[in-house]
Ligand binder design. Structure first.
Ligand code: AHR
Length: 521
């Protein structure tokens, strides 16, 4: 691994060492931000989220009902709405996940008191009373300003059911289904921007072979009809992280019938499903193991993109990573089927690593959906009855807002690597973009939980002005927010970036995420 050390860099590092006890006088890492070689637009949908009927996500996390003592708007809790509006959610995927392939949309419309109750066989065996259905989801998506991504049922549903659901949601005609929607309280059709055929059809969605699903996809998509100008983008259910043959078969057989193919990948500290690792109280080796495993995303999007390039050189078809995030052992004492886990500074770092990877592949990766929005897996928000807190992951998504819709700028550097057994991970990840406002935005993430890093950035194609910034860090690797201390981990202003003769110098403390934005002219 090459480290470029300049005298100036070493001096800068040494002087900043005095200012920050957290940073060592390490070699300076030279980064070149190619403002002269702008890349793809970072689709805001990369910052999408996922909400499944799972645990306390929909029920309690979003929906409390109109009669709840928790302050709400038409049944949706106000604190969660406000937090999500502040964040901005470009797109929300619903109703699953595995739940999608057992979901019967007709059970989730009409008067709530007469909707059927059934067992949620995937998640905790609890009774799903269907009080949150199509109207509630679409209303919620509109309330928070998110585009709707509806995942249809292929596993147990028929093409007719799928087609009728779409007609119910999108038809402006006087058909019986459109009139039923009106009778149920929604006059105007909804906009369904994204529509997927099944979920994980290689697993919980039907244990299919790719050849079988490719045919099924072509079959179902034939009947996916919507009014002209309101046709959703068509999403095929893709492979699991490493499943390149799945992508190969689907692209070979069905490229012309799809607008995107999905892929899922979860980061487990141990890499094993029986004992995944804990969300808090982990060791430094577990921190690094998590970082190493989350970097698998780079391989996944690179390799799936290569397969897609064979059949779609123009990159018309998007690669949607519509489930990603950390997956730990559930919090002690909670329902194992509810997937409730704490969220620490390590999750913040995982989020930033993945977002930087998605930026780097913005030409193909045009949507991602972190799993999941509230109270499930790598959540943005945790609730406990009437209390709510924002997780470190929420804060990273918020800090990264300037990257949405910005033009990616290639970033060149070589960082030292941390070795863990026979694998290793870089100690730094960085991303840069030019916003639609013309300003430069730079994200720097120090993955090392012990050592600070000194960074110098040169930016051919731009004359950098002063930067203002925000930093997220904490003393402990597993620092997290609790209902007693909901602001233990929160962003702070960062003024440590200095522009000296056109070079931007930054001291990046251990285990920290910094987003810098160029000041106005
Ligand atoms: O996000 C939890 C589950 O993980 C989803 O339901 C499924 O698609 C995936 O296996």
């Amino acid at each position: 691994m090459k480290l470029r050390t300049t005298l100036l860099g070493a001096l800068a590092a040494a002087s900043l060492l005095a200012a920050s006890a957290n940073c060592s006088a390490a070699d300076t890492i030279s980064i070149t931000v190619r403002a002269d070689q702008p890349g793809a637009i970072i689709n805001p949908a990369i910052y999408g989220q996922f909400a499944e009927h799972l645990g306390r996500l929909i029920y309690e996390g979003i929906w409390v009902g109109e009669k709840s003592s928790i302050p709400n708007t038409r049944g949706y809790r106000n604190d969660v709405i406000a937090a999500l509006k502040e964040l901005g959610v470009p797109v929300l995927r619903w109703p699953g996940g595995c739940f999608a392939d057992e979901y019967n949309w007709r059970e989730g419309i009409g008067p709530r008191e007469s909707r059927p109750r059934k067992v949620n066989t995937h998640w905790g065996g609890v009774v799903e009373d269907n009080s949150f259905g199509t109207h509630e989801f679409m209303d919620f998506a509109e309330l928070i300003g998110a585009d709707a991504y509806v995942n249809a049922n292929v596993g147990t549903g028929t093409p007719r059911e799928m087609a009728e659901w779409l007609e119910y949601m999108t038809s402006d005609s006087t058909s019986t289904l459109a009139d039923l929607r009106r009778k149920n309280g929604r006059d105007k059709p909804w906009k369904v921007k994204y529509f997927a055929m099944g979920n994980e059809t290689w697993g919980c969605g039907g244990n299919m072979r790719p050849e079988y699903y490719a045919d099924l996809y072509r079959h179902y998509i034939t009947f996916m009809k919507a009014p002209e100008g309101a046709k959703p983008l068509r999403i095929a259910s893709g492979g699991n992280g490493s499943g390149l043959p799945w992508t190969e078969v689907l692209m070979r057989e069905a490229t012309k019938y799809m607008d995107a193919i999905s892929v899922h990948y979860y980061t487990l500290p141990t890499g094993k499903w029986d004992v995944k690792g804990t969300a808090t109280k982990f060791t430094e080796d577990e921190w690094w193991a998590t970082v190493v495993r989350t970097y698998r995303m780079e391989w996944i999007v690179t390799e799936h993109s290569k397969v897609m390039d064979k059949y779609d050189a123009e990159k018309r078809v998007g690669l949607y990573v519509d489930e990603w995030g950390t997956w730990y052992d559930v919090e002690p004492g909670t329902n194992p089927g509810f997937l409730y886990q704490q969220n620490t500074l390590r999750d913040a770092v995982v989020a930033a690593v993945n977002l930087n990877i998605f930026h780097d592949h913005a030409d193909r990766v045009r949507m991602t959906n972190i799993a999941q929005m509230v109270n499930v897996l790598q959540a943005m928000i945790l609730t406990d009855k009437d209390q709510m807190l924002l997780t470190p992951t929420y804060h990273v998504f918020h800090m990264y807002k300037p990257f949405r819709g910005a033009t990616r700028l290639p970033v060149e550097f070589e960082a030292p690597r941390h070795k863990l057994g026979d694998v290793s991970a870089p100690t730094l990840t960085a991303s840069a973009a030019r916003g639609s406002d013309g300003k430069l935005h730079i994200a720097l993430v120090n993955l090392d939980p012990r050592e600070g890093l000194a960074v110098s950035l040169t930016i051919p194609g731009a004359t950098p002005r002063n930067f203002s910034g925000t930093i997220l860090t904490a003393a402990a690797m597993d620092a997290h927010n609790t209902f007693d201390k909901p602001a233990a981990v929160k962003p702070a202003a960062f003024s440590g970036a200095r522009v000296i003769q056109g070079v931007v110098r930054v001291e990046v403390p251990a285990k920290s995420i910094i987003v810098l934005s160029e000041a106005g002219k």
